[in-house]
Design a binder for this molecule. Structure first.
Ligand code: 4AD
Ligand code: MG
Length: 483
């Protein structure tokens, strides 16, 4: 039998497996995972990590079609839902008509049922969605995105869309991608020999945003509670497992919040998102947990996870985070055996920017749970952070989690006009670049605070994936912008 003789509405596999109606006629569409014994098709349609078993026979299908049933082929099958006699599934579908929608040549298709390395699959990012691992990761990514909006919506925040093209450098780190329509082969120059951005599209130099914070602050000073959730771009040349050149950030900003309110919000936010995944993605988590445990067997004991994935997430959801000051963090590091045995590559003293080895020691060895560090030296943090009474530290906060390091960075903002102007001068930020930001401090300023959470780092944490390139569909990293 070739084409279906009857047009039927498609039923998704999760419905068939979760609420089966024995004897019902259904149409299934999906991709073949395996085809065994000229009889059993295991098919997946993305609605769940579970595959559906479809049984076909020589009587109701053509041999020529069965020969085209290779891993990766896309099929449409009409059949009857039945209780399954085989192990591993409660129901199966007895197919009575099969149509091959898209063939898949087994000699060319790179994704086979054997286990592929994540590195190999990164080269095949257009097809890696077809694996159980990546379909689980991207379903969880979806659930987390939904949980983000749910959290803020339930608390009366407004979702704000801040610009992607901007003239400002919020973080002052200078790691920006320039946006221009000037002819790069014939760049107009001014009298001083500098690029004449006056002739550029916007009449000034612009770049892709590194953060929506400064604009979010403007809105918070009227709307009260806002958050952004959008792409951000950083041209930092760091080829690590935790950095992307294009990543998504969530940035809440709240009028009248101080640094303590900010910490409470950040902790509640991360807990909410992880709890949502525990409640809505159990099967995917179980799969990833199992995968991680298999991987761990190949690693030395000290690199293995202490707790399985689901327990780890529950632990974070159920326990208060540690809160310490930067000064306390430095003391812990200085008093550690690790430091005394000279095991840190970078030296430790008050004033240093904590390196990731220091952060990992604090969260993974010392506290073994998420830690929020506040009160960093003013000199190593951004210009907008509120200066503390001591005149040398700022009301900054970083949240660090085991296995990832920094997941959130934020602060109470400098709301005092004079202090902020002084900070701009110290950081060499021309006032004409941030005049609009400064004006909000002149017109009805108020204490306020906010933070940024790196979405991909949260997805890494929730899925246990060890490389940030494996939690975003098409990673953008130095020398890599394929797909
Ligand atoms: O600490 P960051 O640089 O803070 C800001 O951008 C502030 N404007 C946020 C705010 O207060 N509204 O970045 C915030 C978070 C980091 O903690 C990290 O999780 C993530 O963004 N992040 C990155 N994620 C992936 N790749 C990169 N290159 C990242 N850089 C930062
Ligand atoms: Mg930071």
């Amino acid at each position: 039998m070739g084409l279906h003789n009857k047009i039927m509405k498609r039923t998704e596999i999760n419905h068939i497996l979760d609420q089966p109606t024995i004897g019902q006629e259904v149409n299934i569409k999906g991709w073949v995972r395996t085809f065994r014994n000229d009889q059993f098709i295991s098919v997946n349609d993305g609605s769940t990590i579970r595959n559906l078993q479809i049984v076909i026979s020589a009587e109701n299908t053509q041999e020529e079609d069965r020969k085209r049933l290779h891993t990766g082929a896309c099929i449409s099958v009409n059949g009857i839902v039945q209780e399954s006699l085989g192990k591993g599934q409660s129901v199966e579908v007895i197919g009575h008509s099969l149509e091959i929608l898209g063939e898949c040549d087994p000699n060319e298709f790179p994704i086979q049922m054997k286990k592929h390395s994540l590195e190999f699959l990164r080269e095949k990012a257009h097809l890696r969605f077809r694996t159980s691992t990546f379909s689980a990761v991207f379903r969880i990514r979806h659930h987390l995105a939904f949980a983000v909006h749910q959290f803020f919506n339930e608390r009366g925040f407004y979702y704000l869309h801040t610009p992607i093209i901007t003239g400002s450098d919020a973080e002052g780190a200078g790691e920006m991608f320039q946006v221009t329509t000037l002819d790069l082969n014939n760049v107009p120059k001014n009298e001083e020999g500098h690029i004449d951005h006056g002739q550029d599209f916007f009449g000034k130099a612009t770049n892709l945003t590194v953060s929506g914070q400064l604009e979010a602050e403007l809105a918070a000073l009227a709307l009260g509670k806002v958050y952004t959730f959008g792409p951000t771009f950083r041209a930092e040349n760091s080829n690590t497992s935790r950095h992307l050149a294009e990543f998504w950030m969530i940035e809440p900003e709240v009028a009248f919040n101080d640094i303590f309110d900010n910490m409470d919000l950040a902790e509640a936010f991360l807990k909410h998102c992880l709890k949502y995944v525990l409640d809505h993605a159990q099967e995917d988590l179980l799969f990833l947990q199992d995968r991680e445990q298999q991987e761990d067997k190949t690693k030395p004991t000290e690199e293995r996870q202490i707790m399985p994935l689901i327990d780890r997430l529950k632990f974070v959801v159920d326990n208060p985070f540690e809160r310490i000051t930067y000064t306390e963090a430095i003391d812990i590091l200085l008093n550690s055996n690790h430091y005394k045995k000279k095991k840190f590559k970078y030296d430790v003293s008050w004033g240093i920017d904590l390196q990731s080895e220091h952060e990992r020691y604090l969260v993974e060895k010392h506290f073994q749970k998420p830690v929020i560090i506040t009160g960093y030296p003013a000199a190593i943090k951004a210009f907008y952070m509120r200066l503390n009474e001591d005149g040398k530290t700022v009301a900054a906060m970083d949240m660090l989690v085991p296995g990832i390091g920094e997941i959130i960075g934020g602060s109470q903002r400098e709301e005092r006009y004079d202090v902020l102007k002084e900070k701009c001068a110290q950081f060499n930020i021309p006032e004409e670049h941030v005049w609009w930001y400064l004006e909000t401090r002149k017109f009805g300023t108020c204490p306020h605070a906010g933070f940024g959470l790196g979405f991909e780092r949260m997805v890494m944490y929730a899925t246990g994936m060890g490389n940030i390139r494996d939690v975003v569909p098409f990673p953008r990293t130095p020398l890599n912008a394929e797909f």
